[in-house]
Design a protein around this ligand. Structure first.
Ligand code: ZN
Length: 292
């Protein structure tokens, strides 16, 4: 297992972590500059942040700063209540692949989607099996497109508390079943984003990491699970402040040959988004060394 205690060369910052500074929106160009100033070598931006700053501007900036992209967030949201919705999802996912390729991201992260309409507060139906089959079909279709763009797709299984509104792919096992079905030859075009927040509780976690193997382990996201958790989405903890044994999970992943970035992804309305972003970054660096 790599020694992270001496430096932060394998630290990546998911830019949602700095979405706000002192409670105010922080534009992506400022986030990128702040990361580069502290010697951070990689980031993973969100599409809405890129869109606000302009894709070509962001592309130029990451190149001039020498930043790598450990991932691009995110595609997915495949299920829809009708043909028009399915087509809109397909088109939007193709744009996400194109953007990720322009930014030279290591992978496009996929958050599958749940019951159509649930995220907006009113689910169109209760058939989660239908949503899961639409996810399967959506990934199958997108995979052909992504292969041509040479952009690997990383399915991120989400904690089951998000099954209704964000992702009906909820375990490593379920995500790997999709990989095995859609990419049986392990081409490297389809794999997983392993986010400790979503999978730390899974009794089969180590077993499924071993099943995934190096060619399916495309991204590693870290934060911590706070007790109590006061918000289902935006109360993620800083590494070391919660109950996840992150070094143990990283050890399992690296035993498979994973040698990529450890990407900090913290959504925190009540705490970290209220602090100055410089302080958040300094803490990410310190905890990367001591708690990851
Ligand atoms: Zn994640």
């Amino acid at each position: 297992m790599r020694d992270f205690s001496q430096d932060h060369r394998w630290l990546s910052i998911n830019t949602a972590t700095l979405r706000k500074s002192r409670g105010e929106d922080l534009p992506l160009p400022e986030i990128l500059d702040a990361c580069a100033r502290l010697g951070i070598r990689a980031v993973s931006p969100w599409r809405d942040q890129v869109s606000a700053a302009g894709l070509s501007n962001v592309s130029k900036q990451v190149r001039s700063l020498g930043l790598e992209l450990s991932g691009y967030c995110r595609g997915g949201m495949f299920p829809a209540a009708g043909a028009a919705g399915l087509k809109a999802a397909r088109d939007d996912n193709r744009r996400a692949v194109d953007e990720a390729a322009e930014l030279r991201a290591a992978c496009l992260v996929l958050v599958a989607g749940g019951l159509p309409g649930a995220l907006q507060g009113k689910a169109a139906h209760k058939d989660i099996a239908l949503s899961r089959s639409q996810v399967r079909d959506g990934i199958a279709e997108l995979l052909d497109y992504a292969k041509q763009a040479r952009m690997p797709l990383a399915i991120e299984p989400l904690h089951p508390m998000y099954a209704a509104d964000r992702a009906c792919v909820n375990t490593m096992e379920q995500a790997l079943d999709l990989c095995d079905e859609l990419d049986p030859k392990r081409s490297g075009a389809l794999g997983l984003a392993v986010d400790v927040y979503h999978v730390w509780w899974d009794p089969k976690l180590q077993q499924q990491i071993e099943r995934a193997g190096q060619d399916r382990l495309l991204a590693f996201h870290v934060c911590d699970w706070l007790t109590p958790t006061t918000d289902l989405l935006n109360d993620r903890g800083m590494m070391g402040d919660g109950v996840i044994d992150i070094p143990r999970i990283r050890g399992w992943i690296e035993a498979q040959g994973f040698a990529g970035y450890s990407e900090v992804e913290i959504f925190s309305t009540g705490s970290w988004w209220k602090k100055p972003h410089e302080q958040v970054l300094e803490t990410c660096i310190a905890r990367h060394k001591s708690a990851v």
